[in-house]
Write a protein that binds this ligand. Sequence first.
Ligand code: DC
Length: 221
Amino acid sequence: MSFNIAVDGPAGAGKSTIAKRVAEELGFVYVDTGAMYRTIALGLLRKNADCSDEAQLEAALQDIEVSITYENGQQQMLLNGENVTGCIRTEQVSQMASISSAIPMVRAKLLQMQRSMAASTDVLMDGRDIGTKILPDAQLKIYLTASIEARAKRRHLEQEAKGENCTLEEIEKDIRVRDYRDMNREEAPLCQAEDAVLVDSSDMTVEEVVQRIVALVKDRI
Ligand code: DC
C-alpha cells in the first residue's frame, strides 16, 4: 500500500517549497494540486470563458485536458499536451484559479486524477482539500499555515527578487481576498482536517519546518 502525506494550508504559507523538500528527502513524489487548478484556469483564460455561465463553462472544460509529467523529478503541467509550467504563476492566473477552483465542475475534473496518483505511489500532495476530501485516509496530514503578515512579507521578498514591484499592502490585500475565497466557498473549503497536525511556520525557517514534517513521517512509517 502506498504512503500518502496530505499538506493543506492557505496561499503563501510555504507549502510548495517545504513540500518539495520533504518529498525529496523521503523519496516521495511531490504532487502540487494548485498547479492543476492553475492549468485549468489558464485554459479558461485562453478561451475567455465566463465562469458564471454554466453551459459555457462546461463546454470550455470539455476542451481542456490537464495532464502531469515529471522531468528530472520536477512536476510539469500540460494543457492539451502543451507544457505550460512556466505560464501558470502570473497574478492573472492566480486570481482565475482562485475563482474557478470554487466551481464544483472544476473540482470534479481533478478529483479522480489526484486520487489515482496517490493510490499507486508514495506521494506528498499539497493543496487545500487534500486531507479533508481527496485523501481522507492519508497516513499523515499537515495543516501548514503562517500569519498573513509573515506570508505577505515572504511573497514581497520573492516578488522583489523577480523585479516585480507590488507594495506589501497590495500583497496583504490579495492574500486576504484569496484566503477568504478559499475558506468560505461551498465546495471543499480550505480548513484543517480534524486529524491534521497544525504547523505554524510564521517564526520557523524552511529547514525547521522540513525537519519537523520529516520527523512526523518517520514516527508513522
Ligand atoms: O496553491 P496555489 O496558490 O497554487 O493554488 C491555486 C488556487 O487553486 C488557489 O486559489 C486555491 C486553489 N486550490 C484548491 O482549491 N484546491 C487545491 N487542492 C489546490 C489549490
